[in-house]
Design a protein around this ligand. Structure first.
Ligand code: URA
Ligand code: SF4
Length: 205
């Protein structure tokens, strides 16, 4: 089984993790990505947001949630008066997985084996930050912390216990808002994300 574990240092401080991350060959995804994308934010954040994996923009810039999905996240946080510098934002998988189609690089969902391989980095970040609440954005992050059979639409918006943190909440991924088939369902998905984010934020205070 592929795993990042041999590449994760014993010392879990964020600078140590960040320094070790570029050497990871825990699964095959390092081979085609531009760079690894570490988490970003407050070292003692009360709330951690976990996305799926870097997208095209994140892969180029080396920062999480700076592309279109990040814009949705920023809009939700602005509406809820959440200062992004007070939380910590990371991904379940640290390298961008894509297929090349002409000039475009199309996002591909990570496999469970890749989510599992990368989990030691996520757990090391959680260990270092020791947040009150973790909010999983979408199915991949939820599967990383709750296991592959997690039912997002059934169990989103609930405060759940895991071995890693006492309060973990799952919600939809912000890119689901971008992919909505029409404006009305886009608004519904946006509200869904906002309400779960509000629960996570208030639980963490
Ligand atoms: N989508 C994610 O899940 N994470 C990012 O960092 C960007 C887009
Ligand atoms: Fe390592 Fe994760 Fe990148 Fe795979 S995706 S090479 S486990 S950092």
């Amino acid at each position: 089984q592929p795993s990042a574990q041999p590449f994760v240092p014993e010392n879990h401080s964020l600078p140590t993790l960040r320094a070790a991350l570029p050497a990871c060959k825990g699964c095959d995804l390092y081979q085609h990505a531009t760079q690894v994308v570490p988490g970003a934010g407050a070292a003692h954040a009360k709330l951690i947001l976990v996305g799926e994996q870097p997208g095209d923009q994140e892969d180029l810039q080396g920062e999480p949630f700076v592309g279109p999905a990040g814009k949705i996240l920023d809009r939700v946080m602005a509406e809820l008066n959440i200062d992004r510098s007070k939380i910590y934002v990371t991904n379940a998988v640290k390298h961008f997985k894509f297929v090349q189609r002409g000039k475009l690089r199309l996002h591909q969902n990570p496999r469970m084996s890749e989510i599992n391989a990368c989990r030691p980095w996520l757990l090391a970040e959680v260990d270092s930050i020791h947040p009150r609440v973790i909010l999983c954005l979408g199915a991949s992050a939820s599967k990383s912390l709750f296991g592959g059979t997690f039912a997002l639409m059934r169990d989103h918006g609930k405060i759940l216990q895991t071995p890693y943190a006492n309060q973990v909440i799952a919600t939809i991924h912000p890119s689901a808002v971008l992919r909505a088939r029409d404006q009305e369902s886009g608004e519904q998905l946006y509200n869904f994300l906002r309400d779960d984010m509000a629960l996570a934020w208030h639980t963490a205070q």
